[in-house]
Design a protein around this ligand. Structure first.
Ligand SMILES: [Zn+2]
Length: 412
């Protein structure tokens, strides 16, 4: 399916070039391209005269939900109205599975004139299976995406930046993916610290916001805030901004991919090398008796308008001190992550997962079993379908999470 997607985009681009060469009047011809890291669009129609484009997210069979889209528009009339319709892709993304439309249709899209700095569009009108963004074209060339993209190059730049200015920060390669890409990781703090923390993002490729939350987290950890300095002196933090690098770079959704969802791969025989790599490192921290907190970052459903944690579904059966730790972590989060969208005051549990066997293969459960009563193991879900689903909004949540961690560890 990805071949036909590439074909359609390349075909459109070539058509535009041929027209432009043959006919100067055709320079105003609109074109769509998605042949870059993370790009995803299948062109359904382009009407240059009416300034209307219709696309759907590209389907990459067995590569997860077709909800992520990210493409470049060339040939726009700067300052003029342009209508971009995104239609949900309801073809089967794996045997017998179709995706409900609303995952692909954010109320506000991300827009950029340099493919680096992203802002939100105005709210668009949602119909059953499509949404139309009415834009004033900000330039002849601009980019549109489901949300602010965060690619391997962004992770690379962040880690290089932090490693360059933070004394105890050390980069390492967690794994090579199945397709041979590097999974970048960083550790900060003394390697013999009594306390260790693991934070990872983006097991689900479409959830770009989770990488931006991670970005905000690490920037605070590496900052001059006295609490951050103390945290770096007392705690070793492992940080992985993108786990499913392959699907992130291919522009695939990742969630529910075949043979296994990335976040249901946490058993004794994981299929993803980066899951195996994380398990190996986490087991070492547990064996040393140092792992205290595990955080796995995600984005939730379109109607979840406040961030929340998935916590332990065996909460009622936890030993009293462990339950107190979970309570305290949530309590501190309510204060520290109050901005920009508030925070859900109660844990949610993964009751939507049908069997216990499958739930046990979710990262937070695997880590909780490995780590035992000393470890707080949580999945953070940060809302995206709101005015705060932006780079600054996500970073603010990440900063609040880092402050939460520092306060939690400082006051036992
Ligand atoms: Zn997820």
């Amino acid at each position: 399916m990805s071949a036909s997607f590439v074909g359609s985009v390349v075909g459109t681009a070539l058509f535009g070039i041929v027209l432009a060469v043959g006919n100067p009047a055709a320079l105003g011809e609109l074109r769509v391209a998605a042949d870059f890291p993370g790009g995803s669009a299948e062109v359904l129609s382009i009407d240059s005269e009416a300034a209307e484009i219709e696309i759907c997210p590209a389907l990459q069979f067995d590569r997860g939900w077709p909800c992520w889209w990210y493409f470049r528009i060339d040939g726009a009339n700067a300052g003029k109205l342009i209508r971009v319709t995104v239609r949900a892709n309801q073809a089967e993304y794996r045997q017998g599975q179709q995706l409900a439309p609303h995952w692909a249709l954010p109320k506000r899209a991300a827009i950029s004139t340099d493919n680096r700095n992203w802002v939100q569009t105005d709210a668009a009108v949602l119909e059953a299976d499509r949404i139309t963004y009415q834009l004033t074209a900000p330039a002849e060339t601009f980019w549109l995406a489901w949300g602010p993209p965060y690619q391997l190059a962004d992770a690379e730049a962040l880690l290089a930046d932090v490693a360059g200015k933070t004394e105890t920060a050390q980069r390492y390669e967690l794994a090579k993916t199945r397709d041979g890409r590097p999974v970048h990781a960083l550790r900060v703090g003394p390697p013999d610290a009594k306390t260790a923390v693991w934070l990872q993002a983006r097991q689900h490729a479409w959830e770009s916001g989770s990488s931006w939350v991670a970005d905000g987290f690490l920037r605070w950890v590496a900052s001059d805030d006295p609490a951050a300095i103390r945290l770096r002196q007392t705690t070793e933090i492992h940080f992985v901004p993108i786990m499913d690098v392959d699907n992130v770079e291919r522009g695939a959704g990742g969630k529910d991919s075949t043979p296994r969802d990335h976040n249901r791969d946490w058993d004794d025989a994981p299929g993803y090398p980066e899951v195996a790599g994380a398990q190996r490192e986490i087991k070492k921290l547990v064996a040393d008796g140092r792992l205290r907190v595990f955080l796995d970052l995600h984005n939730p459903g379109p109607k979840d308008h406040r961030p929340f944690y998935f916590g332990p579904s065996d909460y009622d059966r936890l030993p009293e001190p462990t339950r107190r730790d979970y309570d305290r972590f949530l309590e501190v989060s309510l204060h520290r992550i109050a901005e920009p969208s508030g925070f859900c005051a109660a844990y949610r549990f993964s009751s939507y997962i049908k069997t216990e066997e499958e739930r046990n293969r979710v990262s937070r459960y695997w880590v909780a079993r490995q780590g035992g009563p000393e470890v707080v193991s949580l999945t953070l879900e940060t809302s995206w379908n709101t005015p705060d689903g932006t780079v600054p909004g996500y970073r603010q949540v990440g900063m609040g999470l880092a402050e939460t961690l520092a306060e939690f560890l400082e006051r036992p």
